[in-house]
Design a protein around this ligand. Structure first.
Ligand SMILES: *Cc1c(COP(=O)(O)O)cnc(C)c1O
Length: 396
């Protein structure tokens, strides 16, 4: 191994470990459902994005197996050569129906969807107004485009308006885009989409909403854009197929022209193999379930509200979430990690989230109650929270 690499790794790994910022990974020994097995032990799972329990849904498993039997395990090529199966076409029609747009395009992940879509449209002569707390994949997608990145304060519409005005009046840019998460995953708060749309109209901004945590959760399941009734106003509706939908992948829903363009210019669509058939069939069926019924969505909210009320009653700081995402804000990074470790020892898996994922000093244990949890599981989790919270002096 090269000496300079060795020195670099040793120094930086040690530094992270000393600061309590080194993340240990625990493999899960079975399905990622409401109860997970880690190290041979069953734990109440409050850390997955499997909001509706669809990742382990029996009907979807059956559909994935059936498609695998018929088409094989892989798509065999990139979409633009001959990796586009009729299953992909059906999926994209279903996504457009789900999102209320003319068309949609799917990608291999939500992460590479942002790489694809932002740099597919924006270039070095453009500017992007980006919420300070946007997801890492948005930040990387913006960087890849080489557009000027102008961060605005989180959900601060005065700051966005001032920066949009300045960018527009400078005359420096061909196009200006505003990008935001629909639901911010660390705090569970929503983007102020009605105001963003108003500012976008005033300064001719392209609007881009990444609703990875909103689909299946907001707007009766159809997402944050639908929640605000803005399907006709948002240019790019981005989503992931890996969270509430339970499988894997990402997509853009928008106008037919936009999707036609992304099909010839977005690089992961042209240069990375298409989603596998079993996954595509399961995703299409999952979306149909969300179109047909709000039962899972309603259960998710019911559980989320129940768990939040329980934590609040115990005296925890749960921030200002507007969704089922429930942070328990601890503050200090080391204490946060200790808290999460003690929860796991007692039977609750709730992952600590610390800098750099969230700002320094705002370490939290993030809880993701899902539609698959029972009230009993949530009660058990609350009792463990009370015990560990008192033990570590986080609550009285
Ligand atoms: C999780 C997430 C992604 C990444 O999605 P994957 O499908 O897991 O790659 C992108 N954007 C946001 C806002 C996310 O929360």
């Amino acid at each position: 191994m090269s000496k300079s690499l060795d020195t670099f790794l040793e120094k930086n790994l040690n530094e992270l470990k000393e600061q309590g910022l080194y993340n240990e990974i625990d493999p899960v020994e079975g399905p990622n459902g409401p109860i997970i097995k880690i190290g041979g032990k069953d734990l109440i799972n409050l850390s997955s994005n499997n909001y509706l329990g669809l990742a382990t849904n029996d009907e979807l498993k059956r559909i994935a197996k059936e498609a695998t039997d018929k088409y094989g395990v892989g798509a065999g090529a990139v979409r633009t050569i001959n990796g586009t199966l009729d299953l992909h076409v059906k999926l994209e029609e279903k996504l457009a129906e789900f999102k209320g747009t003319e068309a949609a395009i799917s990608y291999q992940s939500g992460f590479n969807c942002n790489m694809a879509a932002i740099s597919g449209v924006m270039d070095k002569n453009d500017a992007i107004l980006s919420d300070q707390l946007n997801h890492a994949s948005i930040i990387d997608g913006c960087r890849l485009s080489r557009a000027k990145i102008i961060a605005y304060k989180h959900n601060d519409m005065d700051d966005l308006r001032a920066k949009a005005k300045e960018a527009k009046e400078s005359g420096l840019y061909n196009k200006i885009m505003v990008i935001t998460d629909g639901v911010f995953s660390m705090d569970g708060d929503l983007a102020k989409l009605p105001e963003i749309v108003e500012i976008a109209r005033e300064f001719d901004l392209i609007t881009y909403v990444d609703d990875a945590h909103g689909s299946g959760v907001m707007g009766k399941g159809k997402g944050t854009v639908k929640h605000f009734g803005l399907e006709k106003e948002i240019d790019f509706q981005i989503g992931t197929l890996s969270k509430a939908i339970g499988v894997v992948g990402g997509y853009v829903a928008g106008s037919k022209q936009l999707i036609d363009w992304l099909k010839v210019r977005s690089r992961p669509f042209l240069f990375s193999t298409a989603l596998p058939p079993g996954d595509v069939a399961a995703i299409t069926a999952a979306i149909q379930m969300l179109i047909d019924s709000t039962e899972l969505h309603d259960k998710l909210w019911d559980n989320g509200n129940y768990f939040k009320a329980g934590l609040e009653k115990l005296g925890f700081d749960i921030g200002h979430s507007e969704t089922p995402i429930t942070p328990t804000i601890i503050g200090d990074e080391k204490l946060t990690q200790q808290f999460s470790k003690r929860l796991a020892e007692e039977g609750v898996y709730a992952k600590s989230i610390v800098f750099p994922t969230v700002p320094k000093g705002t370490g939290r244990v993030r809880n993701m109650p899902t539609a698959a949890h029972t009230k009993e599981m949530l009660d058990d989790a609350l009792a463990i929270y009370e015990k560990v919270g008192k033990e570590l002096g986080v609550i009285n």
